[in-house]
Design a protein around this ligand. Structure first.
Ligand code: IPM
Ligand code: MG
Length: 371
């Protein structure tokens, strides 16, 4: 059975609570399936600024490079909001994405049936939603130079640069097409080609890549329209591919289709080394330490790790079914509290999911799949 080294970077706020939940569930998978997971902890974000004076210490980066995969919580909080740009927690996240070459951010958006009533959207609009956002993660306006503040002729200005190289677009669009092949065979490429040069290049490259995938349908959608379509008719989407900032914005919007931002996992795949897995939600400083946070996004991120980094498909499915079971049994963290169900703490939710993993038998799984 396998031996896997996992770097755990809890970060700030609820990042600590939710990663510890995901680690417990991974341990349960280890026990149940005879795998050995080794967890080594590193600092990132505000916690790293406080303890090591930088949002991404070299030690953390080395730890990640020597691991098979990275599990991250969240970064940020009001404590560091006034810091200069290089000493902001978010800088640590951007730096690790760049250093580990995590160019492909996969954010699956699935509406769990039992949560359709938790979303502010109408249940019949979102029931059955199942698509994936493929967000470019190491280019675009997040990283383009020049970027910063300047004073010119006594006038204060700030600049950010949205830049994409052709090959950066090519590899992320190709990833989207490959994913679509295993799904409903439809790629929606989101851009702002009516205004932006970078988007016009994006569209051209998407067309070119599409030629290698004649079995997959490609459609282009302007980002403002995409924001509207996500709410109007989200079931039309299968694979949505887009640049860094559009993906950031659309994925928060899309999280509401799954019931809560607390439900959305993500995988950031590397061009070379280990990949990183993190919940899409942030550090939620307002509820940090209160044991109210929803651990499911982090737990589902761990499932993505098992599937995508370790090839442990069955084990990933066991976690996903355990989550399903806990939700069907009516357990709800505060963010899911609309509608029916019983409000539980982070720990109670983790415990339930962990026990479902430990109790897993093939028969039980067959029953959940075909029930
Ligand atoms: C995300 C977050 C980050 C981003 C922040 C924390 C820098 O919002 O992963 O979506 O903007 O990419
Ligand atoms: Mg975001």
């Amino acid at each position: 059975m396998g031996n896997y080294r996992i770097a755990v970077l809890p970060g700030d706020g609820i990042g600590k609570e939710v990663t510890s939940g995901a680690v417990e569930v991974l341990k349960a998978v280890g026990t149940r399936f005879g795998h050995e997971f080794t967890f080594q902890y590193g600092l990132i974000g505000g916690a790293a600024i406080d303890e090591a004076g930088t949002p991404l210490p070299d030690e953390t980066l080395r730890l990640c490079e020597q691991s098979d995969a990275v599990l991250l919580g969240a970064v940020g909080g009001p404590k560091w909001d006034q810091n200069p740009p290089h000493l902001r927690p978010e800088k640590g996240l951007l730096a690790i994405r760049q250093q580990l070459k995590l160019y492909a951010n996969l954010r699956p958006v699935v509406c769990h049936d039992s949560l359709a009533v938790s979303s502010p959207l109408k249940p019949d609009v979102i029931r059955g939603v199942d698509f994936i956002i493929v967000r470019e993660l190491t280019g675009g306006i997040y990283f383009g130079q020049p970027s910063g503040r300047v004073v010119e002729n006594g006038e204060e200005k700030a600049i950010d640069t949205l830049l994409y190289k052709k090959e950066e677009i090519e590899r992320i669009v190709r990833m989207a097409f490959m994913l679509a092949r295993g799904r409903k065979k439809k790629v929606t490429s989101v851009d702002k080609a009516n205004v932006l040069s970078s988007s016009r290049l994006w569209r051209e490259v998407a067309e070119e890549v599409a030629k290698q995938f004649p079995d997959v349908e490609l459609e282009h959608m302007l980002v403002d329209n995409a924001a509207m379509q996500l709410i109007r008719a989200p079931k039309q989407f299968d694979v949505v591919v887009t640049e860094n900032m559009f993906g950031d914005i659309l994925s928060d919007e899309a999280s509401m289709l799954s019931g809560s931002l607390g439900m959305l996992p993500s995988a950031s795949l590397s061009a070379s080394g280990p990949s990183l897995y993190e919940p899409v939600h942030g550090s939620a400083p307002d509820i940090a330490g209160m044991r109210k946070a929803n651990p499911i996004a982090a737990i589902l991120s761990a499932a993505m790790m098992l599937r995508l980094s370790f090839g442990l498909t069955a084990e990933a499915e066991v976690i996903e079914h355990a989550v399903q079971q806990a939700l069907t049994a009516g357990l709800r963290t505060a963010d899911l509290a609309q509608g029916s169900g019983r409000i539980v703490s982070t720990d109670e939710m983790v415990e339930e999911i962990k026990n479902a993993v430990l109790d897993y038998t093939e028969i039980a799984q067959i029953m959940t799949v075909y029930a």
